[in-house]
Design a protein around this ligand. Structure first.
Ligand code: G16
Length: 513
């Protein structure tokens, strides 16, 4: 098997992952040594994939995704065919360094995860690295921990690792402060579908700690029932089927807000049913627009010169892009994968990035935080309140990576501040009907894209056929790209009516057979 470091590291059937774990762990240790002993993370998870799959991803020292230059080295380390080849590559990549490697590891609740995590530790021992195993953690929790360790010299691995409790303290303190600033202290009810994944553990903790501020109810929250992981539930299922997850079908209370996270809790989407039982999705585009609209108001009130921008991908609904243009907010479109969006978000003082699938966050630049902490002139009460709110949001929202839990609290903060419910949020704009389909093909690597994945350059001639189909439907758009996490090709289509979106989708899928 040839491993390729995809959208989010290596993913495959768990039984095929051993060499990928060995190579990735070696890469993490070497990267740490290159950075003079800064801590790097190894997270074992396959997120939204079926339970039989697993995966591994490296978290770079800033808490973000692995630098692209190292993706190639990691791929090479995973694809060696013998121990001697591995040793040669390790020597080649080893920078002269007296520092010991420092690595933190964590895993999701798949049955294969403990075995893969043990293998990772064997490699770390072989390489005489210092490490700390955080056990069951969400992917964003480990990103958050890596960022904290490298920012705060009081922490070190293995002697003084930061406890996970700091993550909960940071989120909960910020949320409680925001909640206490609300003009009306309404305690919202939110039911969260946990995809039976690792996210149920921190959500149980948040529901205890925040019980005075939120009535948090959990469903599909058995992290030990691994055969049900992501099975007819979770953010990916709800987004693609545009319907409620198992255990909520026919049980949803009209106009009450619901959310689904994915198998490693780095994505979240919201939804509700109206009084006619019609299902409405509030996906990553909606989260992005809710947050950026609120942030824009706060920035205006603060009277600080702060730039705000939004990063989307080709999957963003055309109506969401049109809405942002009307608001006059700069938009950048990147390829799929938070690594691309995160990078682009750094172009702004406040960069809001979300994929339509619910993966994203809001980045506050160092310059922005400096301005917020040191406003130059004497502030009015309105300005002070706006600056305080921006600072609280920068604490609440995970600055390392998209995080379902911090995004959930950010959404509730904005809805609570605006005194909005799900219907108010939905009324911001109307989505164009759309369809996202997965198609199995013989070899997905033949699908090569350009223009932030909106157009195909290979197979030659296919894009022209898609263009011809798109031309026959009003307000329509469609694109095809190979998934970087699953052995499939994704087909997205949107159009003016649900019927035309479905027809266009079926016709484009037909071109792939
Ligand atoms: C990962 C990435 C996301 C990406 C998703 C699907 O999410 O982190 O940025 O949107 O895969 O990617 P693809 O369409 O290439 O399969 P997760 O939640 O699975 O880690």
């Amino acid at each position: 098997m040839k491993y390729i470091y995809g959208t989010a590291g290596f993913r495959a059937d768990a039984s095929l992952l051993y060499a990928a774990i060995i190579g990735s762990t070696a890469a993490a240790a070497l990267r740490s040594m290159e950075l003079e002993g800064k801590t790097v993370g190894v997270i074992i998870t396959a997120s939204h994939n079926p339970v039989s799959d697993n995966g591994v991803k490296i978290i770079d020292a800033d808490g973000g995704m692995l630098s692209m230059a190292w993706e190639e080295k990691c791929t090479n380390l995973a694809n060696v065919s013998s121990k001697s080849e591995l040793d040669i590559l390790i020597k080649e990549y080893l920078v002269p360094s007296t520092c010991q490697a420092s690595v933190v590891i964590g895993m999701d609740t798949r049955p294969s995860s403990p075995r893969l995590s043990e293998l990772s530790k064997v490699i770390l021992d072989e390489l005489s690295a210092s490490y700390k195993d955080y056990g069951f953690v969400t992917t964003p929790q480990l990103h958050w921990i890596v960022r904290l360790i490298n920012q705060n010299s009081t922490y070190s691995i293995p002697s003084n690792p930061p406890p996970l409790v700091l993550y909960y303290d940071s989120l909960c303190n910020a949320y409680i402060n925001i909640f206490s600033s609300f003009t009306v202290h309404h305690r919202p009810t939110l039911t969260v579908d946990c995809a039976n994944g690792v996210g149920s553990l921190p959500l149980k903790e948040l529901s205890k700690r925040l019980r005075d501020c939120i009535d948090l109810r959990l469903t599909n929250n058995d992290h030990l029932a691994s055969k049900y992981l992501n099975k007819d539930c979770g953010a990916d299922y709800v987004k693609t089927t545009q319907s409620p997850p198992v255990n909520l079908l026919d049980k949803m209370v009209p106009n009450q807000l619901y959310a689904s996270i994915d198998g490693d809790a780095d994505r979240i989407i919201f939804y509700f049913v109206d009084k006619n039982k019609k299902f409405h999705l509030l996906d990553g585009d909606r989260i992005s627009i809710l947050l950026v609209s609120f942030l824009k108001i706060l920035v205006q009130k603060s009277r600080l010169p702060l730039s705000i921008g939004v990063i989307q991908t080709a999957y963003a609904n055309g109506s969401s892009t049109a809405y942002l243009k009307k608001l006059g907010i700069p938009i950048i479109c990147t390829s799929t994968g938070v690594k691309h969006l995160h990078h682009a978000a750094k172009n702004f003082d406040i960069g809001v990035y979300f994929e339509a699938n619910g993966h994203g966050t809001v980045l506050f630049s160092q310059g922005c935080l400096h301005k917020l902490h040191n406003p130059s002139t004497e502030q009015s009460n309105t300005e002070t309140a706006a600056i305080d709110a921006l600072l609280q949001l920068s604490q609440l929202i995970n600055q390392a990576i998209g995080d379902a839990l911090s995004d959930m609290l950010a959404v509730l903060s904005v809805l609570g501040s605006l005194l909005w419910d799900a219907t108010g949020w939905l009324s911001m704009y109307d989505d164009l009907p759309n369809k996202l389909v997965k198609v199995k093909v013989a070899d997905r690597s033949v699908f090569v894209t350009t223009d932030a994945e909106r157009r195909l350059v290979k197979p030659v001639g296919l894009q022209e056929k898609i263009d011809n189909l798109v031309a026959s439907y009003e307000d329509s758009r469609s694109f095809v790209r190979a998934s970087g996490t699953e052995d499939a090709v994704r087909v997205y289509a949107e159009a003016k009516t649900p019927k035309s979106a479905a027809e266009l989708s079926a016709k484009v899928c037909g071109l792939l057979q």
